[in-house]
Ligand binder design. Sequence first.
Ligand SMILES: Cc1cc2nc3c(=O)[nH]c(=O)nc-3n(C[C@H](O)[C@H](O)[C@H](O)COP(=O)(O)O)c2cc1C
Length: 163
Amino acid sequence: MIFDTIRFREALGHFATGVAIVTAVEDSAPFGVSVNSFTSVSLDPPLVAMCAAHTSTTWPRLRSAGAFCVNILSDGHESLCRRFARSGTDRFEGLDWRPSPRTRSPILAGVAAWLDCWLDAEYLAGDHTIIVAKVLELSYDSSREPLVFFRSRYRCLDAGRTA
Ligand SMILES: Cc1cc2nc3c(=O)[nH]c(=O)nc-3n(C[C@H](O)[C@H](O)[C@H](O)COP(=O)(O)O)c2cc1C
């Protein structure tokens, strides 16, 4: 390789993404994790995907749950995103949420959209696993602006500007 991991990460950071929190329930207790590798895959059937690091302790729990909800974050959710990326804390402490209609996974208050999913397939890819999920139900709130992650920083869209 003629570039190191740091430069690779920095180059990829120039691709602006949204941020999502993937949630599920285990023994009646909610859990979840922040991801920005979320993407759409297929319209028919409706499939989405994300990548989980092999070091993630949340992914094995999502796999055994077999179902989860993808919560697409709004601007103002920066601290929520940080909270769901931090280890050793109760990420749901004091949080407002309700169960999704199909899988009973947590829908977080104020999200721009949510997708209630079943795990469909997984593929090993280097130090990550690509997770493909089938969308069973969804909703969105078009009045909300997204939380954007770009060059390792959280940003908000300037709603008044178009490209
Ligand atoms: C903005 C942002 C995006 C992230 N995206 C991913 C991701 O796509 N996949 C992943 O495995 N971890 C991602 N992480 C890291 C996880 O949120 C989390 O810190 C890591 O998985 C360790 O937590 P866990 O052991 O509970 O899974 C991201 C963190 C942040 C702050």
